[in-house]
Write a protein that binds this ligand. Structure first.
Ligand code: VAH
Length: 315
């Protein structure tokens, strides 16, 4: 049985829906802090309130439902974290620590996402290798590097089966992103459909790795189902599907909405963060060790996003 923390978040929402379909509603325990406001997650299966910094509540739920896999998605993201580094540290690090301690006690597997944010300005930016310099300059990135090391430690020291991937920016139509630096790549689709114009908060040449959410959800299932004896790396694998800049995504949208226009109002905090991240990742280790193979590129993602959002926005 799987317990998801942060089940009402951008990743958690689609992950919960997919896992309920793949493994059966009775095998998925979705949890979120109070106020997640996500009707489908809370109503369409098992849902429990959980603040991931509350160890006793987490352990109680893991024993109550006989959990064998924890997918720890509860976290604050890069931009919002710069406004509240203390809260980010508490949720991202103490939340992860609680999951690892509960897993040590119950024998569960722990999946925790890392991020391209685990790299910094001294990391080789183009085709960033799996094993390289990691000196991020955001509190979010610091929590991701610390999280990767803590997960590897729990595997080496206690045999806890820990696995993770370094997600790029994720683009989805189900749930909005929660305050990241890559959020522009989601909002651009909503604005293109609603207003046929968008003001981008990053400059036109900002390249970052990105991925469509269906591929991200598949990566979580694939790595958790992978044969652990074949994993040379564990926390955490570089994975990517595409790398683009705001002009690239604008031009792709214009193929479907020719009158779409974009202007810029650069957010200096987000621009500094984006400048410190890689332009593109080398994900060859994930491909070699657990057959990672994304399905969507910018063209096919744009077709699907616009199609699904037209339905969601009733346009
Ligand atoms: C963020 N969407 O922007 C997240 C992610 C790689 C970016 O970690 O903070």
């Amino acid at each position: 049985k799987i317990l998801i923390t942060g089940a009402c978040g951008q990743i958690g929402t689609e992950l919960t829906h997919t896992l309920r379909k793949v493994y059966g509603v009775e095998n998925v325990v979705a949890t979120n802090i109070r106020g997640g406001n996500n009707e489908s997650v809370e109503k369409d299966g098992i849902f429990e309130l959980l603040d991931v910094t509350d160890y006793n509540r987490l352990l109680e739920l893991m024993k109550k439902y006989e959990i064998d896999t924890v997918m720890n998605l509860a976290a604050l993201l890069s931009a919002v974290g710069e406004n509240n580094p203390q809260l980010l540290w508490d949720v991202n690090m103490n939340g992860l620590y609680n999951c690892l301690e509960a897993a040590r006690e119950t024998g569960a597997m722990v999946f925790t996402p890392s991020s391209i944010a685990a790299f910094g300005p001294t990391t080789p930016p183009d085709f960033t290798p799996q094993d390289t310099i990691q000196r991020p300059t955001t509190i979010y990135g610091v929590s991701k590097v610390a999280g990767e090391l803590l997960c590897d430690y729990y595997f080496q020291k206690f045999g806890v089966d820990t696995r993770g991937v370094r997600f790029p920016g994720l683009i989805s139509y189900s749930a909005l992103p929660g305050g990241g630096t890559t959020d522009y790549a989601v909002h651009i689709y909503y604005e293109a459909l609603k207003n046929k114009k968008f003001t981008c908060n990053l400059n036109s040449e900002t390249y970052m790795d990105m991925m469509y959410m269906p591929d991200a959800i598949d990566s979580i299932i694939q790595i958790c189902e992978a044969d652990g004896s074949k994993l040379i790396h564990r926390n955490a694998f570089n994975i990517t599907a595409m790398s683009f800049c705001p002009v690239d995504i604008m031009n792709e949208i214009k193929k479907h909405i020719p009158e779409f226009e974009m202007d810029y109002n650069v957010d200096p905090i987000k621009q500094n963060i984006a400048n410190s991240w890689p332009n593109s990742l080398d994900d060859s280790c994930a491909r070699a060790e657990w057959n990672w193979n994304p399905k969507y590129n910018l063209e096919s993602m744009t077709i699907d996003m616009l199609e699904k959002l037209k339905i969601k926005l009733e346009l």
